[in-house]
Design a protein around this ligand. Structure first.
Ligand SMILES: [Zn+2]
Length: 460
């Protein structure tokens, strides 16, 4: 069965797709800063902005508020064919805090300077949330445009794990957000020059296995440090040992695909894809070395240190918090074995306490959604192919995968924004996005949605 309705033609950069930049600027100015406290974020301000955006359209939505001010907006455009696939566009509304002293422009001013929109959230991920809202409005204009359901969700609290946003909705109102496929952050960075560039498609994210180290020494008088079993000193040695050990390299297909797409000498490519030589080759990647390490290892970052209560008392205990991220196939027990090996010299003084163990979350890279994205991307980069990548950090994608969705990170950027610079802007100073990338992302998203859900002849 097919629709008899003809879609209105939609051109790149023309109404109705031209609204992304103004919407992005409003979302930046709303400054929904999430510092992890339940009372931060206050995403209700950006939900109000979106209600205005959808005013006068046929888009029907619900507003969810699991805690005061922690508001999300979720709606669904019903498709004409119940057997067609469904797709959810899931963008977050919150942003991380800024250190204003490191910025060249107001982080919440949303100024346009030299063709770039500046501000916290410009790449993470208000750009994409705005594009999703604009595409949704364009497609809500009338019945019968899409065969499958399109869900749009603008959610709170991604930057603190989604407990008031995608996590809450998945647990309590899964009917609202469930779809065969979902798009969220982030992807669409151009790798390599030439006529056949790689375009990143995020297909998964690492797992987590938080650990706490409890270090035991012996308390004493601060005036007599020589020979003391100072738990703070032991903790310092333990932290140094963890940081000095890069861990065992694991080469997965996702990493091979990235290496193949980067402009690298063949000899370096070979060493970066051999676990025996990978660690030694990492420094040759320059500013991408940390990214490369994260995609080829279980990472262990000491992040919190606690010891001592009084200046003149040598502490008898210390605590070290470890942020641990797992590759597909790894579990917390693998990390514990590594830690026991590295901390062997202090085995009597250090206890490893497991706090979580969450496996990596990965979707298959070979799906009709990937095909639709590849076709949309080729509208801008004709010879391009998708490079399926893992994200070192976490997103709302894992909540959606738990509901059974195939989830990818979306986006499409101009060639001016390289992978290293793109990554630097996430949670970094001087976050900004060029206007071309905003337009490319909006157009590619529209084409992807219509490609997956729409009639063939509805292609833009
Ligand atoms: Zn984000």
């Amino acid at each position: 069965m097919s629709s008899v309705h003809e879609p209105a033609p939609v051109a790149a950069g023309a109404p109705p797709l031209a609204g992304t930049v103004p919407l992005l600027r409003e979302l930046i100015r709303n400054a929904c800063v999430n510092d992890g406290r339940p009372e931060s974020g206050q995403e209700h301000r950006s939900v109000a902005t979106l209600r205005e955006h959808f005013a006068g359209s046929d888009f029907e939505y619900e507003v969810i508020e699991p805690a005061p001010g922690r508001t999300s907006l979720v709606g669904r455009i019903r498709g004409t064919d119940p057997s067609a696939p469904s797709l959810a566009l899931v963008g977050h509304l919150d942003v991380v805090p800024v250190d204003e002293s490191g910025w060249r422009h107001d982080p919440f001013g949303a100024e346009i300077v030299d063709g770039e929109v500046w501000g916290r959230g410009a790449v993470d991920m208000l750009n994409l949330t705005a594009a999703m809202a604009v595409v949704t409005r364009a497609l809500a204009a009338g019945p019968g445009r899409l065969r499958g359901d399109l869900v749009f969700a603008a959610v709170a609290d991604e930057e603190a794990g989604g407990r008031f946003g995608a996590g809450w909705i998945s647990a309590h109102r899964p009917d609202l957000i469930r779809a065969d496929y979902a798009l969220t952050e982030n992807g669409g960075v151009v790798l390599g020059g030439g006529e056949q560039p790689g375009i990143t498609l995020t297909v998964g994210e690492k797992g987590g296995a938080a650990r706490q180290l409890e270090v035991t020494g012996r308390p004493g008088h601060g005036s007599t440090p020589y020979g003391a079993q100072n738990a703070a000193v032991l903790a310092a040695r333990v932290v140094q040992a963890i940081a000095d050990d890069p861990g065992e390299a694991v080469v997965l297909d996702h990493w091979r695909a990235v290496v193949a797409a980067l402009d690298l000498p063949p000899s370096l490519r070979a060493r970066l894809t051999d676990p025996a030589t990978l660690n030694a080759a990492l420094p040759e990647l320059g500013e991408l070395a940390g990214y490369a390490h994260a995609l080829t290892h279980a990472t262990i970052a000491p992040t919190t240190l606690h010891s001592g209560a009084k200046r003149n008392v040598i502490p008898g205990t210390a605590g070290v918090g470890l942020d641990v991220r797992l590759l597909p196939g790894q579990r917390g027990a693998d990390v514990d074995a590594h830690l026991r090996r590295v901390l062997e010299p202090w085995s009597d003084a250090v206890e490893i306490v497991a706090e979580s163990d969450r496996a990596a979350s990965v979707s298959p890279a070979d799906t009709p959604l990937a095909d639709a994205i590849a076709a949309a991307v080729r509208g801008t980069y004709p010879g391009a192919r998708l490079v399926p990548v893992m994200m070192p950090g976490g997103t709302d994608g894992r909540h959606l995968r738990e509901l059974g969705s195939v989830v990818y990170g979306f986006g499409l950027f101009s060639r001016d924004l390289g992978l290293a610079e793109f990554r630097r802007r996430f949670h970094g100073n001087d976050e900004r996005i060029d206007l071309t990338s905003v337009e490319l992302t909006t157009t590619a998203l529209y084409d992807t949605v219509v490609g997956l859900l729409g009639e063939q002849e509805q292609a833009r």
